[in-house]
Design a protein around this ligand. Structure first.
Ligand SMILES: N[C@H](CCC[C@H](N)C(=O)O)C(=O)O
Length: 277
């Protein structure tokens, strides 16, 4: 079977995007893992599927799969690329679209430069909403991991995030602590692990070890979670520039409101794969 796709990225967080509005294909987890492989496949952090809406007031359904084949609830960099993709493929002419995901509706709006501003919905913080196992709600949590203990905050942006404040992003233990926390028993659905260095009240650096993928050059929901956590801890103002390895995102949030994310998108190439039935 012949399947068309676009290879895209949001600040280096890269995606294979497939239009399932005008073509039909069944992608099993093993095939997704093969396509994600950067030597034997296409290579991507996540696979994004563009599907017809399943409810009247929505323009598209958006499904997201990590490189390990796991289907997840949300992908921030991905929804910006989603908006660009549906315009480039002529699937819509609307600048503001409503997109349903496993975790609810998100609303990306594309501008002339291809930048996209997204209403990412409201964050959640209760341990049960993450999900995170904790005896009680707290401002931050102490978690025993490896041979020591780490202080972290937890935020759900549709998907689960742990946020750790560090003094120096270049020395953050991403490679060691990231995989240990990703699969930690206190996160029953695993977790994305963000390491945030606060530069000022409106500027941070962030690295994210992503659930199901590993460290990526950028993480949109991770940037949202980190800024929300920093604001709740009194470290940040309501609008923050997040410096990620792949570039910058602007995140804005006020308590009891939704999170706004603004950033660029890019289409690298369009391609065709031949799937054997
Ligand atoms: N690894 C994430 C999904 C992709 C999120 C990230 N790429 C973003 O831009 O938000 C998870 O398992 O929840």
């Amino acid at each position: 079977m012949r399947v068309e796709f676009s290879k895209m990225h949001g600040l280096g967080n890269d995606f294979m995007v497939i239009d399932l509005v005008s073509q039909q294909v069944n992608l099993e987890p093993a095939l997704i893992r093969g396509l994600a492989n950067r030597n034997f496949g296409i290579g991507f952090d996540q696979l994004l599927l563009v599907e017809p809406p399943e409810q009247p007031d929505v323009d598209f359904k958006y499904r997201i799969f990590n490189a390990d084949g796991s289907e997840v609830e949300q992908c921030g960099n991905g929804v910006r690329c989603f908006a660009r993709f549906v315009h480039e493929r002529g699937l819509t002419r609307k600048k503001l679209i409503r997109v349903s995901t496993k975790s609810g509706i998100v609303e990306p709006e594309i501008n002339e430069q291809g930048w996209v501003r997204v209403n990412m919905g409201a964050p959640k913080f209760r341990p049960a909403e993450i999900p995170f196992i904790a005896a009680a709600d707290a401002a931050v949590y102490q978690v025993e991991v490896g041979t020591g203990e780490v202080q972290l905050d937890v935020v759900n942006m549709g998907n689960p995030h742990a946020v750790i404040v560090v003094d120096d992003i270049l020395k953050a233990p991403v490679e060691t602590l990231g995989p240990l926390l990703e699969k930690h028993a206190r996160f029953p659905e695993r977790v994305n692990v963000g390491f945030m260095q606060v530069l000022s009240r409106h500027e941070v650096c962030l690295r994210v070890f992503e659930r199901g993928t590993g460290e990526t050059l950028a993480c949109g929901t991770g940037a949202c979670a980190a800024v929300v956590s920093g604001i709740r801890q009194g470290l940040l103002d309501p609008e923050v520039v997040v410096h990620l390895q792949g570039g910058d995102l602007t995140i804005a949030w006020r308590p009891n409101d939704v999170v706004w994310m603004t950033g660029p998108t890019a289409t690298v190439f369009e391609g065709v794969i031949q799937l054997h039935d």
